[in-house]
Write a protein that binds this ligand. Structure first.
Ligand code: SF4
Length: 163
């Protein structure tokens, strides 16, 4: 069901009014949230966007992600998320999401779609000349990446955090 801008304003106004009359809407909100994820599988994960590492709950039903939200039991964020983390749902449920690699040749103006095998071969050829990194690695991932990069013969490895 689509909600028009006018409907949205009416609903928002009603909600503010009920709240200002001292009517507690939290139980209704919790009930509605429960219906939304009823019967879904709950998986705990960590936000992939930055090194704060906020905990996320992912709800899946019939193999599809139907909801993501902050994990209230996670010691870092205790259920809260920044705007990026709150939009995590859109990573997977997004018609604009790329599912095949694209390549822009040197000097070319446009990206063109390429096959995975070709892309992976090119990455393998160029990876030693490139920078490898992430702002959201945990200890174990750092350990494995260190091993990998040392096996390639890399000696200059550093961390982005300078606090
Ligand atoms: S929710 Fe925001 S602050 Fe938390 S890890 Fe994700 S991007 Fe970082």
């Amino acid at each position: 069901m689509g909600v028009s801008r006018r409907d949205f304003m009416k609903i928002s106004g009603s909600t503010v009014l009920l709240g200002s009359l001292g009517i507690n809407l939290d139980p209704a909100k919790a009930y509605a949230q429960g219906l939304r994820i009823k019967g879904a599988k709950e998986t705990h994960t960590v936000c992939p966007y930055c090194s704060v590492g906020c905990g996320i709950l992912v709800h899946t039903k019939d193999g599809k992600v139907i909801n993501t939200e902050g994990d209230p039991d996670h010691p870092i964020n205790e259920g809260t998320l920044c705007s990026k983390g709150a939009s995590l749902y859109q990573i997977i449920n997004n018609p604009l999401r790329l599912t095949k690699p694209k390549y822009r040749a040197p000097g070319a103006a446009e990206f063109k779609e390429v096959e995975w095998d070709w892309a992976l071969d090119e990455i393998s050829k160029r990876v030693k000349d490139t920078h490898v990194g992430s702002a959201a690695l945990d200890n174990e991932e750092c350990y494995m990446l260190q091993k990998l990069m040392r096996s390639w013969g890399l000696v200059y490895i550093e961390h982005q955090a300078r606090i």
